[in-house]
Design a protein around this ligand. Structure first.
Ligand SMILES: Nc1ncnc2c1ncn2[C@@H]1O[C@H](COP(=O)(O)OP(=O)(O)OP(=O)(O)O)[C@@H](O)[C@H]1O
Ligand SMILES: [Mg+2]
Length: 248
């Protein structure tokens, strides 16, 4: 077993007196795609936010490349650059063009060369089918196009791991597919990803491993085949029933 890229040990996260995540253990090796599923409110977004140190944790540790990620730590900014996060709401700057949105952090945060960054941003835009939108403003794009730009923006920072939190949840069905296809491509390229999604067919196709969380605990961790064909726990069975319909 290779060294994990990301290692979460005994993580407990509380909001005031309430335990939101308890004793979470998870190891992810380079190139692995882990899909996190579970009922609303079980703690999926909170887990991603802890990994990115957007939330302080009360117990345990999270390590990326062997280095501890901790809110308030000195090297946090450098560690965060290794983590690309894409949310449900794209959070593009409305007053900047697509290209300027993409170039902003690589230029300002990473102090890279403008021409090199521009060339890379254009190349990545091309790969998601949006070359001709480089000069457009976010308001001139569809939801699916904005989300593809948000993914490219994360890639422009050269992250070692990508976190996706229900990135298609706000999109119309025909736009969902174009965004999922981009994520499937990233998986094929060997990117390390943690994906939170309610798209079960997609989860089955993209995941190396499914992690099922219920009420702040990892209840089940298995291959997509095992999870979807014969889930072990009653809770997972119950959860999967949400996605099936009986003919009336
Ligand atoms: N800032 C906060 N303060 C207090 N409680 C919070 C806060 N953020 C989230 N919670 C609580 O933590 C629990 C987990 O929330 P979280 O957003 O992680 O769930 P989720 O699994 O992502 O749900 P969904 O599928 O609906 O997005 C919920 O009970 C939620 O109410
Ligand atoms: Mg959530």
């Amino acid at each position: 077993m290779p060294e994990p890229l990301l290692e979460i040990c005994n993580l407990t996260k509380m909001y005031e007196e309430q335990k939101i995540l308890e004793n979470i253990n998870l190891k992810i090796v380079q190139g692995e795609v882990v899909v996190i599923v579970g009922p609303s409110g079980c703690g999926k977004s909170t887990l991603l936010r802890c990994i990115n140190a957007l939330e302080p944790i009360q117990k345990g540790e999270i390590k990326l490349d062997g280095e501890e990620i901790e809110a308030g730590r000195k090297n946090l900014a450098a560690l965060r650059e290794k983590i690309g996060m894409v949310f449900q709401n794209y959070e593009l700057f409305p007053h900047l063009t697509v290209l300027d949105n993409l170039m902003l952090a690589p230029l300002k945060v990473q102090k890279r060369q403008k021409e090199e960054v521009r060339a890379e941003a254009m190349e990545l835009l091309g790969r998601v089918g949006l070359s001709e939108k480089a000069g457009s403003y976010p308001r001139q794009l569809s939801g699916g196009q904005k989300q593809r730009v948000a993914i490219v923006r994360a890639l422009c920072m050269h992250p070692e791991i990508l976190l996706f939190d229900e990135v298609t949840a706000a999109l119309d069905p025909e736009m969902v597919r174009e965004v999922l296809d981009v994520m499937l491509d990233l998986a094929k390229q060997g990117r390390t990803m943690i994906i939170v999604t309610h798209e079960m067919q997609f989860a089955k196709a993209v995941a190396d491993r499914i992690v099922f969380i219920d009420d702040g605990h990892i209840v089940e961790e298995s291959s997509p085949e095992t999870f979807f064909e014969c889930p072990k726990s009653g809770r997972a069975k119950q959860f999967l029933n949400i996605f099936t319909f009986e003919r009336v």
